[in-house]
Design a binder for this molecule. Structure first.
Ligand code: MD3
Ligand code: FE
Length: 229
């Protein structure tokens, strides 16, 4: 496998995990779903200040934020009140291929960055399932990603269209953010900009497939799995 980024333990970068044709197919999956679940403008807890990033979600749960209730996961879109569209199969496949986590992701946050958008350093702490890694895929314009805190020191990593990034184990609660977008670095998204797709497990799963032990034995009953009556 062609991965590894020597930035920190638990961090894996796959440059160009999706080639240009796959990026176009994934963007098609995303834009078709965005028609049903349009980008909304999340706002900060208490102050109600807008983020510069616009968002939507796919999957059973979606990350939202507003002045009244703050950061949280919700099963429906804040504007349409409809369930979020399903997570694209090619992203579910990537999750199972790369994370080895024996349960599916529940949330796919879709962030849209225009040329001026950014995201300040933060931790992702709104998920009970901190044992699950976070998987992110970048599409469109490149961005400077920042990793680490003022306490530990930070590293800058350039993320390009088609790159996949996993944060697990000791890296799951690392500080991270997007310093800036590099406009005009990709022609993938009509009108320019960057889309980041972040897959997360939110709730602790009741049961997990034993990923490694079960590899290549898809139909075999696992030791702790009940027989149907
Ligand atoms: C490191 N998004 O939505 S994805 C976010 O490019 C977010 O849109 C950025 O941070 C973006 O919360 C970065 C990469 C990422 C996602 C989750 C992480 C890095 C992470 C969780 C823990 C550590
Ligand atoms: Fe984050």
């Amino acid at each position: 496998m062609n991965h590894v980024l020597a930035a920190a333990p638990g961090v894996t970068l796959w440059p160009l995990r999706f080639d240009v044709r796959e990026q176009a197919a994934l963007l098609g999956d995303v834009l078709a779903r965005v028609e049903r679940a349009p980008f909304f403008d999340p706002t900060m807890p208490r102050t109600g200040q807008k983020f510069s990033v616009r968002m939507t979600n796919f999957g059973p749960l979606g990350w939202v934020s507003d002045a009244q209730k703050g950061y949280r996961y919700e099963p429906v879109h804040p504007a349409t009140a409809q369930p979020w569209p399903p997570i694209p199969d090619r992203l579910l496949r990537l999750w199972h291929e790369t994370t080895g986590y024996g349960a599916p992701p529940e949330a796919c946050l879709v962030n849209f960055y225009d040329a001026n958008a950014r995201m300040g350093l933060h931790q992702d702490k709104d998920e009970a399932a901190v044992d699950a890694p976070v998987l992110s895929v970048s599409l469109g314009d490149s961005a400077y990603f920042r990793l680490g805190s003022s306490r530990t020191g930070t590293r800058r990593v350039k993320l390009n269209s088609g790159d996949a990034l996993i944060f697990g184990g000791p890296a799951r609660l690392m500080y991270h953010g997007i310093d800036r977008i590099l406009p005009g670095t990709s022609t993938l998204i009509p009108g320019g900009g960057r889309i980041n797709l972040t897959l997360r497990r939110v709730t602790t799963p009741k049961t997990r497939n034993q990923a490694v032990q079960n590899q290549g034995r898809p139909n075999q009953r696992r030791p702790n799995q009940r027989r149907p009556n």
